[in-house]
Design a binder for this molecule. Structure first.
Ligand code: DWN
Length: 395
């Protein structure tokens, strides 16, 4: 049983970018209550209410994982490390997005699973065998029948998106070969608590894992975690290495280290999340105060990156056109649209980062380094970024 610790109010689906702002569109916009709970039985942090995945992962899915240099490099690096360490002959990716990970493998070695048809179309066009479907036991059985068992299953920012974890791990277990490995990475609850990145909570992030929670969940399966990495990706992620309990892999020392750190951080205690929730409320007050002060001085403020995360920030903090003129983003299928809930127009950085912009709220704060590098001339002429993690501040 989950106990609620955070209530962020009414939120739209983060992928529901609007084509036009018309009375009818706004009336039809779907909202749900975004609140987060902790299950003391398995130490798992999850949303209290799940949105129907069919409403989320549609043929109009906007996020393209290959939109940042950082992510391209990061996927190339992990692909190369996995190839060296496990020498897999048969590879599968769950949630392949636009193919940013699988493009690092030979086409006949790897297959993709992707529920969003517009994204599956891209990997198919690039000649990667792609199953346009949700990950499930049914699909796993079909894949094994057609494509044999897998030596490596990889998944980034997908497992945390799937409500039914029993189904996820049963399907993985069916698909793994005897000594196959399942490597997956997702935003880390330890990082969220540490840097106050409450915007990692939105309709798609239904669970945020720790080692403590995953160990509890896997204890009821025939799988085990044998290695782990805490990584910087997306502002703090956790990468698990999982195999069958009777596979050849021994547990590494990293597991003990991370377990001790999580116990020190009290990730298994409700009180940790109760305290976190007070810090989230303070962050909202601080951000609204800062933006109000800047607006009182007639400053032009925009937002950089039409991220799903910033949909949480804007809807929770009630930040709309009064504060933010528009949002800039490089993703072609976000440009010309409006953000969910607050209906801020999205335009390209070329058009939007003009000389009149005084401040840009960094919706894509997880790419701070890459963006600062790219926007040197904005910074040089006195433009400034605003971030809300770990504290609300101008940088
Ligand atoms: O898990 C998820 C993560 C990985 O991706 C999904 N559920 C949805 C999505 O979440 P997000 O939108 O918060 O992710 P990002 O990767 O932080 O989004 C960055 C956005 O910023 C993209 O729309 C691209 C844009 N961007 C830009 O306009 N200029 C990014 C960079 C680096 C840039 O220079």
């Amino acid at each position: 049983m989950k106990k609620k610790f955070l209530d962020l109010g009414k939120h739209p689906i983060t992928n529901s970018f609007l084509n036009k702002i018309k009375k009818n569109n706004i009336k039809k916009e779907f909202f749900y209550n975004l609140s987060v709970g902790f299950d003391k039985k398995n130490y798992l942090v999850s949303l209290m209410n799940f949105v129907n995945p069919k409403k989320q992962y549609t043929s109009k899915y906007a996020h393209r994982a290959s939109q940042s240099k950082t992510m391209n490099k990061s996927f190339a690096k992990i692909a190369s490390r996995l190839k060296k360490r496990f020498r897999p002959k048969k590879v599968l990716e769950i949630g392949s997005n636009d193919g940013v990970f699988i493009k690092n493998f030979k086409r006949n070695n790897v297959i993709a699973v992707e529920p969003c048809s517009n994204l599956a179309k891209i990997t198919r066009q690039n000649n990667f065998k792609t199953y346009n479907d949700f990950w499930s036991k049914k699909l796993a059985k079909k894949i094994i029948k057609q494509n044999k068992k897998k030596d490596l299953i990889y998944s980034a920012n997908t497992i945390s998106h799937i409500p039914n974890l029993n189904e996820v791990f049963s399907a993985v277990s069916l698909t793994l070969s005897k000594n196959g490995v399942f490597v997956f990475e997702d935003p880390y609850i330890g990082a969220v608590v540490k840097i106050n990145s409450y915007d990692q909570f939105y309709d798609e992030h239904v669970h945020l894992f720790s080692l403590l929670s995953l160990s509890k969940i896997l204890s009821k399966t025939d799988l085990k975690v044998f290695d782990i990495e805490i990584i910087k990706t997306h502002g703090g992620s956790i990468r698990f290495y999982v195999c069958k309990k009777n596979a050849k892999f021994k547990k590494t020392k990293n597991l003990k280290k991370v377990k001790l750190l999580e116990i020190k951080q009290q990730l298994h205690k409700f009180d940790t999340y109760r305290k976190f929730s007070s810090r989230v409320k303070k962050s909202k007050r601080d951000l609204r105060n800062l933006l109000s002060k800047l607006k009182a001085k007639n400053k032009k403020i925009i937002s950089y990156g039409a991220t799903y995360k910033s949909t949480t920030v804007f809807n929770y903090c009630n930040i709309g056109k009064k504060f933010i003129d528009y949002v800039i983003d490089t993703t072609p299928n976000k440009q010309g649209k409006f953000t969910p809930g607050k209906h801020l127009p999205i335009i390209s950085p070329e058009k939007g980062l003009d000389n009149k912009v005084d401040y840009a709220f960094l919706g894509a704060w997880n790419f701070e380094k890459e963006i600062k590098q790219k926007e040197k001339s904005f910074l040089k002429r006195g433009g400034k970024f605003i971030v809300h993690v770990p504290k609300v501040r101008i940088i």
